[in-house]
Design a protein around this ligand. Structure first.
Ligand code: ZN
Length: 298
């Protein structure tokens, strides 16, 4: 006599009866430990065990950095697919998919608001944050124009500009139109510099290609998150070109800091305080006098 009898041999995967566990736990790529996803989310997408920085979406970054009452701006721009480009699929289709996935029109969000955890007085800032989940955070005409508008907002108000980069570089589907954005943004940042308005560049994983070659490296302060990939061409391309093996950790934040390309590495959870301190210090600086800047005229 059998105590248990199975009526058929098929194991039926009934979604109603299955306890869903996928998505609740994440294996940290750095410390390899299994971590409860909610713990990572509560920790601004940083592994609570080892401090590994997971990628985080643009709107969460803004929410983490700005005081309540901030405003998202310049969200209405959309790419016109100027080259009618098709690779594996039409660019217009890629755009629609990315828009559906991220809820954004393109790979960037501008915000105006205040940075100011106590004891700092709230400092008004213009914040521009890239969204890596939108076609690899690539920079086409819309990203370029959105950053240009953030620069214009800083120029009009005198408020400091912060750009948080997360990008694979220029958007190849917009060809030369995309490359033009490098010059356009750099020119705008030049005007900001002339006006003596601070610009802080925050590089996150990854910041590469045309974004590194333009605004990401043009900050009055260039800072990065720990372990971020930052570079122009990828390591494989460089190795093939110079026919040399690259050193360990090449193109990571820590390597770049050691070699003078960065001013600081700031963990995500300390970023708000760091920015408030830096901006307070920058805005308290007295204007250089005519004699100190131009001693030859004395
Ligand atoms: Zn970890």
């Amino acid at each position: 006599m059998t105590w248990f009898k199975r009526e058929d041999n098929e194991i039926v995967n009934d979604p109603e009866k299955t306890v869903r566990t996928e998505g609740l736990w994440v294996r940290c790529p750095s410390c390899k430990q299994i971590v409860f996803k909610a713990d990572i989310e509560a920790n601004q997408q940083v592994c609570p065990k080892c401090g590994y920085h997971f990628r985080i979406d643009a709107r969460s970054r803004i929410e983490n950095l700005l005081e309540p009452g901030y405003q998202l701006v310049d969200l209405e721009l959309r790419s016109t697919d100027p080259l009618k480009f098709t690779d594996l699929k039409p660019y217009s289709k890629r755009l629609l998919e990315a828009q559906r996935k991220t809820g954004l029109n393109d790979a960037i969000v501008n915000a105006i608001g205040h940075i100011g955890p106590a004891p700092f007085a709230p400092i008004p800032v213009v914040l521009s944050v890239m969204e890596y989940a939108f076609i690899g955070g690539s920079m086409g005409a819309v990203v370029g124009e959105t950053i240009a508008r953030a620069v214009d907002r800083s120029l009009a108000t005198g408020h400091p500009l912060i750009i948080i980069a997360a990008s694979g570089g220029a958007r190849m589907m917009e060809g030369i139109v995309s490359l033009m954005q490098l010059a356009k943004i750099s020119a705008g940042l030049g005007r900001l510099d002339d006006a003596g308005i601070p610009y802080i560049s925050v590089m996150t994983d990854p910041t590469t290609g045309g974004v590194t070659a333009s605004f990401a490296m043009l900050g009055d302060l260039n800072i990065a998150e720990p372990g971020a990939l930052i570079g122009f061409a990828g390591p494989r391309v460089i190795e093939q070109t110079i026919r040399q093996k690259l050193p360990e950790g090449f193109q990571r934040s820590e390597f770049l800091l050691e070699h003078g390309f960065l001013d600081a590495i700031v963990p995500r959870k300390e970023l708000k305080l760091y920015l408030a301190q830096a901006l307070t210090w920058m805005s308290n600086k007295t204007e250089p006098t005519e004699t100190s800047t131009n001693p030859g005229n004395q």
